[in-house]
Design a protein around this ligand. Structure first.
Ligand SMILES: Nc1ncnc2c1ncn2[C@@H]1O[C@H](COP(=O)(O)OP(=O)(O)OP(=O)(O)O)[C@@H](O)[C@H]1O
Ligand SMILES: O=P(O)(O)OC[C@H]1O[C@H](OP(=O)(O)OP(=O)(O)O)[C@H](O)[C@@H]1O
Length: 216
């Protein structure tokens, strides 16, 4: 009997866009997955050999990189932030489009960042933030937050934030303005590299099915 295949899905906003793609590939989670009262974290699917785990966006990368799940869906922001060598990201799923940007309060005279040697930044992405500033010869001191970064400037935690932006509504509602874009983001299919080799007969067709579903 083949070992069960585990697919890791993020429980955040990518999920709604990921489920129709999964359906196109022919995988449907069981009814309990859609039951908001259920405390289950692992779900059966219409395929006897495939189950789904629903975890936090950052944890999708960790479960797949360590081989606890063989395949998953996660934003390229998370992939780049971790830089796990065991993660193979073969398909851009063309969902979850947003960008990672630097923002600061409206009306503060934009400093000439190039003249600075040090900045303090509130972010969920310390690694990407440091890399962005290092490339300009600036040392970034990062205050790690897990959400609501937009509060940091008005409460004196940091002058700048690095956060995800899509419509720009959250920045605007919090009196902030985007000053530079670090990277464009979309969700990717990620596969554990070792599993991709060891379980090629299961994973290669699945990856190809996702590729076709995106094109369809
Ligand atoms: N405004 C947005 N528009 C489109 N995609 C987004 C947006 N914000 C985030 N994303 C994508 O969705 C992923 C998950 O988003 P986010 O981190 O906001 O979810 P979450 O539910 O708050 O996650 P968690 O609770 O695990 O921190 C991000 O990694 C990113 O790839
Ligand atoms: O430019 P916008 O369209 O306003 O989107 C940007 C917001 O979306 C994300 O947060 P999300 O809504 O996922 O909530 P979170 O703070 O819980 O991560 C992100 O962290 C921003 O706060």
């Amino acid at each position: 009997m083949t070992a069960p295949l585990i697919i890791a899905l993020p429980k955040g906003r990518i999920l709604d866009e990921a489920l129709p793609l999964l359906a196109k590939v022919g995988i449907e989670p069981d009814a309990e997955f859609h039951d908001k009262k259920s405390r289950a974290l692992r779900f059966a699917t219409n395929r006897p050999d495939t189950s789904i785990i629903r975890v936090r966006a950052f944890d999708v990368a960790t479960f797949v990189a360590h081989g606890a799940a063989q395949i998953g869906i996660v934003g390229s922001d998370v992939i780049e932030e971790f830089g796990y060598s065991e993660l193979y990201a073969p398909v851009d799923l063309d969902i979850g489009h947003c960008r990672l940007s630097v923002a600061e309060p409206v009306g503060l005279d934009a400093e000439n960042e190039a003249a600075l040697s040090h900045v303090r930044v509130a972010t969920k992405y310390p690694s990407l933030t440091r890399r962005h500033y290092e490339a300009q010869g600036i040392q970034a001191e990062c205050v790690k937050l897990n959400g609501a970064m937009e509060l940091a400037p008005s409460l004196g935690l940091s002058r700048r934030i690095v956060d995800l932006v899509s419509s720009g509504a959250t920045l605007k509602a919090n009196g902030l303005v985007e000053t530079s874009v670090i990277m464009q983001i979309s969700a990717r299919l990620v596969v554990n590299r070792a599993a991709f080799k060891m379980r090629a007969s299961q994973l290669v067709p699945l990856v190809e099915a996702f590729r076709s579903a995106v094109r369809a």
